[in-house]
Write a protein that binds this ligand. Structure first.
Ligand code: PMP
Length: 400
């Protein structure tokens, strides 16, 4: 007799982006589809040098088992960074280092929700969060977002009508997929609603430092230390393969989350944490590194946005790139992005149809385009191919 699979897991869908990425590894395809940071911006020389030094001189720190909560030096640095952002002191005891922010999300989903609980997500939403929340058995309630992020008025109205979520999940700055930034007044109101109605806010903020203009926006946590968890990551600022992220937790969540993490993996990899602790300890190097990331991503964002505006004009409405790694667009000429995709692949360019990011009624005209991994010239060529594919897809069928 065949053994049984957990039915929740058996029904999980694979991420459509991951499936698509498998197709786009071909060298003939210029991919605007991936969510990967630029490998040419990884600080490889510095990491190579630091790896050798750490392994030679501090093998116990670099290679031994470590504490579940994370490397002490790194937690202290994260606490200082998060204190400065929120203009309120964060005790390092509230910081847990995780295997990327994705692991923090997985642990939190299980700490905060039991199967059948409602979790609110902004829509369109980060696919990895939808996957993890579904795996935890949460029922997803989508609240729309706009250029200023999650529509807090809509959330407030639903709460007033009786919605009682266990948690609200938002990507606060340069959201994946839309690039939206949750406006400061909405951050404050979201924290107030959390305190009033008794739900946790999971503020996922891996793109906060990849900003092209202006200063940092204070995290939602600034307005409620008790209700808000802030997630951060070194995936976009150093390298995702190191798998180092973090959670800043309200005091009462520290022990339950740490216990779950201990059960899951004992601790996050020691070498990755030690490398990052060394990198960020050099404040001047770190500042220059972030400046270089911002300048490079900003130039790529401009190149992509400029080429798209030239090729499509007002047939493709685009958000303004303010930071992060993605442009979100909507065709205004009736183009279905899902129908365009096979044509685009045939012409050597990939993107992600926006419908993928919806929980409820999808927006069939939307597209997510990543500018992160291609040089400006390649982005211009990708847009040229997309325009040819679009013209081919929208040409009336020849009839005899
Ligand atoms: N949150 C968001 C919004 C993301 O876009 C990503 C990566 N694509 C993650 C979390 C996970 O990042 P990591 O686990 O590498 O920190």
């Amino acid at each position: 007799m065949a053994y049984r699979l957990n039915p929740v897991v058996a029904e999980l869908r694979s991420s459509a982006i991951r499936d698509l990425l498998a197709l786009t590894r071909s060298p003939d395809i210029l991919s605007l589809a991936g969510g990967l940071p630029a490998a040419d911006l990884f600080p490889t020389a510095r990491l190579a040098e630091l790896s050798r030094t750490l392994i030679d001189r501090m093998p116990a720190m670099a290679l031994q088992y470590g504490p579940t909560e994370g490397d002490e030096r790194l937690r202290a640095w994260i606490a200082d960074y998060e204190s400065a952002r929120a203009a309120a002191r964060v005790d390092p005891a509230r910081v847990v280092v995780t295997a990327g922010s994705q692991q923090a999300l997985d642990l939190l989903a299980r700490v905060l929700a039991v199967p059948g609980d409602v979790v609110v997500v902004e829509e369109p939403a980060y696919l990895g969060a939808l996957q993890v929340l579904r795996a935890a058995g949460a029922l997803l309630e989508a609240v729309p977002g706009d250029a200023d992020g999650l529509d807090v008025d809509v959330l407030a109205a639903r709460l007033e009508r009786g919605l009682r979520p266990a948690a609200v999940y938002v990507v606060t700055t340069f959201q994946n997929p839309t690039g939206a930034v949750l406006a400061p007044d909405r951050r404050r109101r979201l924290a107030e609603l959390a305190d009033r109605y008794g739900f946790a806010v999971i503020e996922d903020d891996p793109y906060a430092e990849i900003r092209f203009e202006g200063g940092p926006v204070p995290p939602v946590r600034r307005w409620s230390d008790d209700s808000v968890v802030t997630l951060g990551s070194f995936s976009k600022t150093v390298a995702p393969g190191l798998r180092v992220g973090w959670a800043v937790l309200p005091g009462r969540l520290v022990t339950p989350l740490t216990r779950l993490k201990q059960a899951a993996d004992l601790h996050t990899g020691s070498l990755g944490q030690a490398l990052i602790a060394e990198l960020v300890a050099d404040a001047v190097w770190w500042r220059d590194h972030l400046d270089q990331l911002r300048a490079t991503y900003a130039a790529r964002a401009q190149a992509l946005a400029g080429s798209l505006a030239e090729a499509f004009g007002d047939r493709l409405r685009l958000g303004r790139p303010r930071g992060g790694m993605f442009l979100w667009g909507r065709f205004t000429d009736g183009t279905s992005s899902a129908a365009l995709l096979p044509q685009a692949l045939a012409h050597g360019v990939a993107f992600v149809p926006g419908a993928e990011f919806f929980v409820g009624e999808p927006d069939g005209a939307a597209v997510r385009l990543s500018f992160a991994t291609n040089q400006p010239a390649a982005l211009a060529e990708a847009v040229r191919r997309l325009a040819v594919a679009h013209a081919a897809a929208s040409a009336p069928a020849i009839t005899r």
